[in-house]
Design a protein around this ligand. Structure first.
Ligand code: FAD
Ligand code: FES
Ligand code: MG
Length: 287
């Protein structure tokens, strides 16, 4: 059981939740994630990035967008309630080194998982430029937090209601074209955004790391649900990633695989039963 110590709404449908998880708080590093199971009877397992942690207080913070059944269930939990299972930290930590200048790009909810990477890149002595993108002003998150660590922050919105009216690739292109060019770029967001950030970085020979958000079930490399093609080799995002060299990722294949369960996910109250150890005929009606 993991007690919820605080919950706040950051923007439309986006919540920040701090929970008790002392062992995870002590061990986690930038770039790692947890698998959350709200209730162990029928609960789906969903991966969420550790957006922040407080080792002293024994807490981790997750930022999530309510997009489907499980994230909506989590969104109605309140301070004082509990989450049954949190597994982690999972995945490999971000490769942090002194690259000189680093451009960190976050799109939508991807801005939250970018935050610990921005902190760590800054801590390693890099000059860090952060570009965050949202559809509109209501969806802009983490502006103050990013400003505290970034040497420069560029906020863009699709409709121009806040910051610059642009897609994240526009300022990214300008920074990649600068002399000297960045030593490293990092992009986290929807797959299509990471694909175009990678294309932009490729035009200027800038290395780029992307954090992939494939479907995950066990999170331990056994189910194969998160498999992706990286440089012609099959990789599992949960144990080999979640971060990879963007220039080697087959984004088309990844996006195709992520669409595979779209109909089932869009059905009302869809609850994935994979990993619960049940055969289809053992699942009660309505579950
Ligand atoms: P559903 O209606 O079931 O699905 C909505 C969409 O979420 C789907 O179309 C699919 O693209 C995705 N999804 C569904 N089930 C899974 C699953 N088991 N694994 C992965 N994706 C799934 N989201 C955040 O809001 N904040 C985060 O910090 C965050 N970090 C992530 C880190 C990793 C390593 C990965 C792989 C994903 C992360 N996600 C994060 C995405 C998050 O896991 C999904 O939004 C969530 O699982 C949706 O579940 P649902 O039941 O509410 O929605
Ligand atoms: Fe099962 Fe990665 S989630 S192998
Ligand atoms: Mg779901």
């Amino acid at each position: 059981m993991h007690k919820i110590l605080s919950k706040k709404q950051l923007s439309a449908g986006v919540y920040e939740m701090t929970v008790e998880a002392p062992l995870i708080a002590r061990a986690r590093k930038a770039g790692q994630f947890v698998i959350v199971q709200i209730d162990t009877d029928w609960g789906e397992r969903i991966p969420l990035t550790i957006a922040d942690a407080d080792e002293g207080a024994g807490t981790i913070t997750m930022v999530f967008q309510a997009v489907g059944a499980t994230t909506h269930k989590l969104a109605v939990k309140e301070t004082g309630d509990s989450v049954e299972n949190i597994l982690g930290p999972l995945g490999n930590p971000t490769h942090i080194e002194k690259f000189g200048s680093v451009i960190c790009v976050g799109g939508g909810i991807g801005v939250a998982p970018l935050f610990p990477i921005v902190q760590a890149m800054k801590g390693a002595g890099n000059r860090v430029t952060v570009i965050t993108g949202a559809r509109n002003r209501e969806l802009v998150i983490f502006e103050d937090r990013m400003r505290r660590y970034a040497d420069e922050l560029v906020v863009v919105t699709d409709d121009g209601s806040f910051g610059r009216k642009a897609l994240v690739t526009e300022p990214l292109r300008e920074y990649c074209a600068a002399d000297p060019k960045p030593g490293m770029a990092v992009a986290i967001g929807p797959p299509i955004m990471m694909k175009f950030c990678t294309k932009t970085a490729a035009e200027f020979n800038v290395p780029i790391m992307v954090s992939l958000n494939t479907i995950m079930i066990d999170g331990t490399g056994m189910c194969g649900g998160c498999r992706v093609n990286v440089g012609g080799v099959t990789k599992f995002v949960c144990v080999d990633g979640p971060e990879f060299d963007g220039h080697l990722v087959d984004f088309e294949n990844m996006m195709l695989r992520m669409r595979a369960f779209k109909e089932r996910e869009e059905a009302d109250h869809h609850n994935c039963h994979i990993g619960l150890g049940l055969t289809p005929h053992e699942i009660p009606a309505g579950r």
